[in-house]
Every structure is written in C-alpha cells, then in structure tokens.
Ligand binder design. Structure first.
Ligand code: IPE
Length: 247
C-alpha cells in the first residue's frame, strides 16, 4: 500500500485565497492512474483551510475556537476536496471520500476504521481524506493537519512507501543554493523556515516524516509539479527527491 499526501501548496496557490491549481491536480491524478497498487490519498488545506484558519485564529491546539470558524473551515475543505474528487472521477479513478470524522475520535485515530480504509484501497477504490477542523470535546475544537493523518495511517497500516508531494524538489540543505538532500538515514534534518502555516508548514512535514521513518518505513518528499516522479518512485524505486530511510 502506498500513502500519498498532496500538500496544500501543490494543489492550491497559497499566495491567493481560495485558488485551486486545477491543472496541477489533473496532472497528478493522471499519474496516479499509472500506479497499480492500492493507494490512499490525504490532502492539505492550502489557500482553502489555512486561509480561513488564519482568519478565525484557529490552531492545532484543542481550544474553544469560534464555532463559526469551525463551520467555515470545514466547508472550505469540502469545497477543495470536491475539486480533487471531480478530477479523479473525470479521469476514471474511483475515489472514496472520507472526512477525518470518519476515523478520528477526539484527537485519536480509531484503529478499526483505519484498517477498514486499507481494505477499501485494496478493493480498487482510492480513499481520499484531508486535514480539517475537528471536534475535540467539551466545546473544544482543533485543526488536524493532513501531515498528522499521515503519521496516524503509517503507524497502523505500515505502507510500503509514504509520499509527500510538495511544491519543491524535496528538502534543501541550503535554501539559497537549493542544494537538494537526496537521502536521510534516521537523522532529523535542520531546516530553515520562512513562512508559517497554522499547522506548521515544512517544519511539521519534516517532523511527521521523521516520526514515520523512525517506524522503519520509507518516506519520500517529491515535487508534485513533476508527478511522474511519484510513479517512478513507486514503480522503479528511483527517487528523484528526498528519501528518508528508517534505521
Ligand atoms: C490543513 O491541513 C487543514 C486546515 C487548515 C483545515 P495541512 O496542514 O495538511 O495542509 P497543508 O498541506 O499544509 O496546506
């Protein structure tokens, strides 16, 4: 099973509120068609979920946030999710939409539900879920990042490969010269960050990727603008990006 996260920066234009990158989404979807293994898709919020989370000052910490903000973030994620599902249907893939409420209780994944998602993937359908605003309990809510969902799924399902599609070639050891880190073995890279999202941007991705690699699983950061690299990684195990290897 292959677990793929489509980062918000690749499926939306993060510079502009509520702007999907439809052509990029379509290109990714067309390449997903070439993978003949069960896959599970998780997508981020980009200029949909993040835009509204910032407006309503909502974060990953469980708190009493503005309940109208919760509704609006959720609604915007449904809208972005629909764009992805529509593109998949148009390209003759069979997505199976799963809002995270389907497999999360509070801030914990429900193992039985997550295991069921793998069965759905094995049937030939493609489960699709996303980062979202979630109910925690006692009128508290929180923003669940798609990156966190990746860690929950990886822990339970032990995918053959966990892929993060980004708007960059991978991780750079130096942002100025854009020198790509090709492989990491267990160590946690030091990265510099300039922009921050409510869920922590690249820092969060690296944190979750390191956790997944520590489970002994392979994690791959790849440029989502070059989705053929996703197919290559899955098919010929040629990694044009940053590969995290567990010890
Ligand atoms: C964010 O999910 C979801 C919301 C803000 C509602 P992610 O944290 O996975 O999104 P990206 O990939 O960084 O945009």
């Amino acid at each position: 099973m292959i677990l793929i996260k489509l980062g918000g920066s690749i499926i939306t234009n993060k510079e502009k509120a509520l702007s999907p990158r439809r052509k990029t989404i379509e290109k990714i979807v067309k390449n997903l068609k070439k993978i003949d293994e069960p896959i599970i898709i998780v997508h981020g919020g980009g200029s949909y979920g993040h835009y509204w989370s910032v407006k309503y000052d909502m974060h990953t910490k469980e708190r009493k946030y503005d309940l109208r903000g919760v509704s609006i973030v959720k609604n915007s994620m449904i809208e972005l999710n629909k764009i992805i599902l529509d593109s998949m249907i148009k390209n003759k893939l069979s997505p199976y939409c799963l809002p995270p409420t389907d497999f999360m209780s509070g801030n914990k994944p429900i193992s039985k539900k997550v295991t069921e998602i793998e069965k759905i993937a094995k049937s030939g359908m493609i489960p699709v879920t996303f980062g979202d605003a979630l109910w925690y309990g006692q009128n508290k809510t929180y923003i669940l990042s798609g990156d966190k969902i990746m860690t929950h799924f990886a822990k339970i399902l032990k995918p053959k490969l966990t892929i993060f599609a980004l708007n960059e070639d991978g991780l750079y050891s130096d942002l100025k010269s854009k020198k790509l880190i090709r492989e990491l073995k267990g160590e946690r890279p030091l990265i510099s960050e300039n922009k921050m999202d409510v869920t922590g941007g690249m820092t969060r991705k690296v944190e979750e990727a390191t956790k997944i690699a520590k489970m002994g699983l392979k994690v791959f950061f790849v440029n989502g603008n070059k989705p053929e690299r996703i197919v290559k990684a899955v098919k010929n195990k040629r990694f044009e990006g940053t590969l995290f290897r567990g010890k």
